[in-house]
Design a protein around this ligand. Structure first.
Ligand code: NAD
Length: 386
């Protein structure tokens, strides 16, 4: 059984899907050869030598890494023909188990290509958010680090500092930090901003989030009504709410936001463009030098003025950080956690006797992630949409 790890080639991707630590454990499972493409871990601080020391073989290129592979670990979807310098997809042997953030729901042609290539492809971002899956949950591990990193970058961009600084020359007040969206990323953003000494408040639409915000020592700011009491789906995500609700929420936020120094936005609604929570008028009301960090930029952004992928300064001197791939901005830690998530998935579905992965079709986790099997697209969200 040979397992391959490729260098990530998509623009801006700095992470890697296995680390020297997980390579050692993969070999411990009974995988006879782990082939890591040369330079795969460089951007996240894992040189070839560290993989070699862990027992991996370093392959000179993607073709060499993939020759004879039965499992492929990726961060992002493999490149298909015309997507970049190498047509990775054409190099993957049939029947390979492919694990990665494949984003196939938004790109159904991708799932079709995996089926045609005879792959067993698993889109790991579709993992159900259930207790048993927590240690394999790539969305949580990556969002957690994104929340941390966003506050750190916000603190650097803010030119006054977070804690109250009492000095002989006078006092600098603590920064007012407002976190919008208190899911995994937002809760970590609250905790990080508090550790840095900021005065932190937060908002969310899900009723459960209010207690979580308070338990981290932040104050809750928000609008609540009968509609928001049912704002959470069975899966724990926020629902799309009415225009009336969003208007009321915006009223409450508008007066609060004008007093903020740093605003971190993390709000997402599954399968849709991120909601606009910070309007142009709200940005206009903010003080020069204040900072908006938009973690939702990849999903279109929570701020009306966010330019995805860029940091900008508005006419009234507000900085808006709209970078994409926030976990990739803390690539060493993000790769370490992502790689452990994939390792846990493989370990959970590992047939010790056959020394091979076995993904039971009736398992809730397997059903959640498997896109293709036996040459066909099988994921219900894709087959029903077809
Ligand atoms: P997410 O990334 O989908 O969204 C981020 C946050 O934005 C959410 O808290 C959401 O309620 C909020 N939001 C959406 N619209 C908003 C608006 N208009 N205003 C303010 N906030 C808004 O969420 P997530 O971080 O992936 O977490 C979603 C849920 O899943 C949470 O309930 C979390 O506790 C749960 N979860 C469970 C597990 C598990 O049990 N394995 C793992 C991770 C997360």
């Amino acid at each position: 059984m040979r397992l391959a790890v490729l260098k990530e080639r998509r623009a801006g991707e700095t992470r890697v899907a296995a680390t020297p630590e997980t390579v050692k454990k993969l070999i411990g499972l009974g995988i006879t050869a782990v082939a890591v493409e040369s330079g795969a871990g460089l951007a996240s601080g894992y040189p070839d030598a560290a993989y070699r020391e862990a027992g991996a073989e370093i392959a000179p290129d993607a073709a060499a890494a993939l020759a004879g592979a039965a499992i492929l670990l990726k961060v992002r979807a493999p490149l298909a023909a015309g997507e970049g310098e190498v047509d990775e997809l054409s190099l993957i042997p049939r029947d390979t188990l492919l694990l990665g953030t494949l984003e196939a729901l938004g790109n159904p042609e991708r799932a079709k290509a995996y089926a045609d290539a005879g792959l067993q492809a698993c889109s790991m971002e579709l993992l159900p958010r259930i207790t048993r899956a927590q240690s394999m949950d790539i969305l949580s591990s990556q969002a957690n680090l994104a929340g941390y990193r966003a506050v750190i970058e916000g603190a650097v961009a803010f030119d006054k500092g977070f804690p109250m600084l009492m000095t002989a020359a006078g006092t600098i007040p603590a920064a007012n930090v407002f976190v919008m969206g208190a899911g995994v990323a937002g809760l970590q953003a609250i905790a990080t901003a508090r550790r840095l000494g900021g005065r932190v408040s937060a908002t969310d639409v899900r009723p459960a989030a209010k207690e979580e915000i308070k338990s981290l020592g932040a104050s809750f700011v928000g609008y609540e009504d009968e509609e928001s009491k049912a704002a959470q789906t069975a899966g724990g995500y926020a629902k799309q709410l009415s225009a009336e609700f969003y208007a009321k929420q915006a009223e409450v936020v508008a007066t609060h936001i004008a007093k903020q120094d740093v605003v971190v936005t993390t709000a997402l609604v599954q399968g849709r463009k991120a909601p606009t929570l910070v309007t142009e008028a709200m940005v206009d009301s903010m003080k020069p030098g204040s900072v908006i960090v938009d973690i939702a930029a990849d999903a279109g952004g929570n701020c009306a003025l966010t330019v995805p992928g860029q940091a900008i300064v508005t006419g009234n001197g507000v900085k808006i950080l709209g970078y994409g791939n926030w976990p990739g901005r803390i690539a060493g830690a993000a790769s370490a956690l992502y790689a452990r998530n994939l390792l846990t998935f493989l370990t959970t579905f590992w047939d010790k006797d056959a020394k091979a992965p076995r993904l039971p079709e009736d398992d809730e986790i397997v059903r959640g992630v498997v896109l293709t099997r036996g040459g066909a697209v099988v994921h219900p969200q894709l087959t029903q949409a077809a």
